[in-house]
Design a protein around this ligand. Structure first.
Ligand SMILES: *[C@@H]1O[C@H](CO)[C@@H](O)[C@H](O)[C@H]1NC(C)=O
Ligand SMILES: *[C@@H]1O[C@H](CO)[C@@H](O)[C@H](O)[C@H]1NC(C)=O
Ligand SMILES: *[C@@H]1O[C@H](CO)[C@@H](O)[C@H](O)[C@H]1NC(C)=O
Ligand SMILES: *[C@@H]1O[C@H](CO)[C@@H](O)[C@H](O)[C@H]1NC(C)=O
Ligand SMILES: *[C@@H]1O[C@H](CO)[C@@H](O)[C@H](O)[C@H]1NC(C)=O
Ligand SMILES: *[C@@H]1O[C@H](CO)[C@@H](O)[C@H](O)[C@H]1NC(C)=O
Ligand SMILES: *[C@@H]1O[C@H](CO)[C@@H](O)[C@H](O)[C@H]1NC(C)=O
Ligand SMILES: *[C@@H]1O[C@H](CO)[C@@H](O)[C@H](O)[C@H]1NC(C)=O
Length: 503
């Protein structure tokens, strides 16, 4: 592929090494739960359009409905799919049931529909009839079915929990699982640790506030508190209840010596409406909670016990679901009404700079670009370019021979293309343009027709003046909304340098 072709073998090698170092370091993500317990909801196709319009990249669904799976095909959206509690019995009884389900209900739609997790049962300890006893056997059969299909590394198996599995959650350091569930949790946690699957928990500060409003301030539940709650055992300071709930789970896992299991928040949120007694269920509070949650999570703050730790979080829920039983609030967790209008505005990027209804020109609007520095060596530039196109996950196909951005055919332009894409896909922060000193930010728009034309380098081959001077179309901006985080970026790049030295 020539000097400037990307050395894909090298890049993939790097990628593997970096993944080994980091686990799947991709930064915290925000997804949305798409429940369908309503008789007035839009069709799956319409729902998926709405999801795409709002640049939501991660979605949890509660079953494996074929229409829904088909609607997500070729969208790039990553799905958690579910096996409902009511189906657990056959899955737990016979391996062949899990095999058949995988073959008939999943494989025909995979990988066009991107499935990354299967939840086997939901909040099993909340339902009667000792359903939890079936969960781990069913998980094992699902995993075995995936293994036979060669998919056990791509699709992880877990199950979700309510905070009801805890017997104690305050102070967080005293977090402990209810020993009544030990028969279920012990083999479950062993399964998760063995298969690097996350512990999935549905965490609702709303309920903690509603059911204990004399002890919990609304501000604390909404991430708005100006005071802190101190954990007397650890001295850790908590400014919000979400962190306290998550840390309680961390400490409960640690108490059982499961230190490697990651936590994933498969549901959280705030209802916009409730019964007369549920005074905190308002659109304002829901907007405040979810806005603050997103900011808190994508900025990768972590929790006091695990600062900087990545946390993937799913907001419940996409739509108000009118067929859910229970209190009025149950039917009002949605971000959208069934007619697809917003219940309140929510900025999924957490940066406050994006109009959710457009979502498209996120980054170009700030008027900064990231290009190759002029004073660096070709070898350094090439390495940084390979990194961006490899483990940096930039789609560099456009700068390959005969593709639209191959011209101008210069290392600086190709590197600038890759750097700029990476920069915009990763929050357009200083650090996302460092590339070990090979990248520089600029206010001058170097793009035209989505390609990058760089004049800073000494080795640029002639690019016609016309293309340099022409007004820009916005450089492709609809990148990942849910940003990778600086700490992760830095580690990724350090590992890249390290690996580059080793090789
Ligand atoms: C549930 O099933 C498990 C395993 O069969 C058993 O050990 C446990 O006692 C049962 N719990 C209840 C409440 O029936
Ligand atoms: C533990 O779970 C059992 C069974 O669901 C329940 O009766 C008990 O109240 C729980 N204990 C605590 C401390 O939550
Ligand atoms: C508030 O906390 C006190 C002491 O920790 C406890 O006794 C009381 O039950 C709590 N009240 C509510 C409503 O949870
Ligand atoms: C991340 O969140 C913390 C706490 O909410 C805040 O202090 C910090 O400034 C935020 N960082 C960024 C980069 O937004
Ligand atoms: C971004 O999109 C909005 C709405 O379409 C438009 O008003 C604005 O001018 C765009 N900004 C840039 C820099 O393209
Ligand atoms: C390139 O120039 C920048 C700013 O002029 C400087 O900070 C950087 O150290 C230089 N890099 C090299 C490799 O000379
Ligand atoms: C956008 O520009 C402002 C002002 O220059 C800067 O503070 C902010 O960090 C930029 N945002 C991004 C995402 O680069
Ligand atoms: C670029 O423009 C300048 C002046 O307008 C002209 O002299 C030069 O030949 C042009 N270069 C190319 C490659 O077209």
């Amino acid at each position: 592929m020539g000097r400037r072709g990307f050395n894909f073998i090298f890049a993939s090698y790097l990628f593997v090494i970096i993944m080994l170092f980091l686990g799947m370091c991709k930064g915290s993500t925000i997804g949305v739960c798409y429940g369908r317990n309503g008789d007035d909801l839009p069709t799956p196709d319409k729902a998926v359009q709405l999801i795409q319009l709002h640049n939501i990249k991660y979605v949890r669904i509660y079953d494996a409905n074929i229409q829904v799976l088909k609607a997500f095909a070729n969208t790039g959206i990553e799905l958690i799919i579910g096996i409902p509690n009511s189906d657990l019995l056959p899955f737990s009884q016979f391996q062949s049931n899990a095999d058949t389900w995988l073959r008939n209900n999943i494989l025909p739609y995979y990988p066009a529909t991107k499935i990354t997790y299967i939840t086997v049962g939901t909040e099993a300890t909340e339902v009667p009839n000792n359903v939890s006893a079936m969960v781990v056997p069913a998980m094992q059969n699902v995993l075995t079915a995936l293994r036979k299909a060669g998919l056990h590394r791509k699709i992880k198996v877990s199950t979700t929990h309510s905070l009801g599995v805890m017997s104690r959650s305050f102070p967080p350091s005293a977090g402990a699982f209810n020993s009544s569930y030990a028969f279920f949790l012990r083999p479950l946690l062993e399964f998760l640790a063995e298969n690097q699957s996350p512990f999935m928990v549905d965490a609702y500060p709303y309920y903690a506030y509603r059911d204990s409003s004399s002890n919990v301030s609304l501000d604390y539940a909404l991430f708005e508190s100006s005071s802190e709650v101190i954990d007397p055992n650890t001295g850790l300071l908590y400014t919000n209840m979400f962190d306290a709930q998550i840390d309680a789970v961390y400490f409960a896992l640690m108490a059982l010596n499961f230190r490697t299991i990651k936590i994933m928040v498969t549901e959280t949120g705030w209802p916009s409406k409730g019964s007369p007694k549920e005074t905190a269920a308002t659109p304002d509070n829901a907007q405040t909670y979810n806005t603050n949650l997103i900011r808190h999570v994508i900025n990768d703050t972590g929790t006091p016990a695990k600062p900087g730790e990545e946390l993937d979080v799913y907001i419940f829920s996409l739509f108000n679901e009118n067929r859910k039983p229970g209190l009025e609030s149950e039917r009002n967790w949605g971000l959208f009404f069934p007619d697809q209008t917003s219940v309140y505005n929510l900025d999924f990027t957490g940066r406050g700079s994006v109009d959710i209804t457009t979502g498209a020109n996120i980054t170009s609007s700030n008027g900064t670009w990231c290009v190759a520095a002029s004073n660096v060596s070709d070898a350094d530039l090439q390495r940084a370019l390979d990194w961006a196109c490899g483990s940096g996950n930039v789609d560099c196909s456009a700068v390959q021979p005969s593709q639209p951005c191959f011209e101008p055919d210069s290392l600086v332009s190709h590197a600038s293309y890759a750097f700029n894409s990476y920069y915009h896909q990763n929050g357009a922060t200083d650090i996302a343009c460092s590339f070990g000193g090979n990248g520089v930010r600029t206010n001058k728009n170097p793009s035209y027709d989505n390609c990058i034309y760089t004049t800073t380098g000494s080795k640029i081959t002639a690019a016609s003046n016309a293309t340099i001077a022409s007004p820009s179309k916005s450089s492709s901006a609809a990148g990942r909304v849910f940003a990778r985080v600086p700490g992760c970026l830095l580690m990724g790049y350090l590992n890249f340098l390290l690996t580059a030295v080793i090789s």
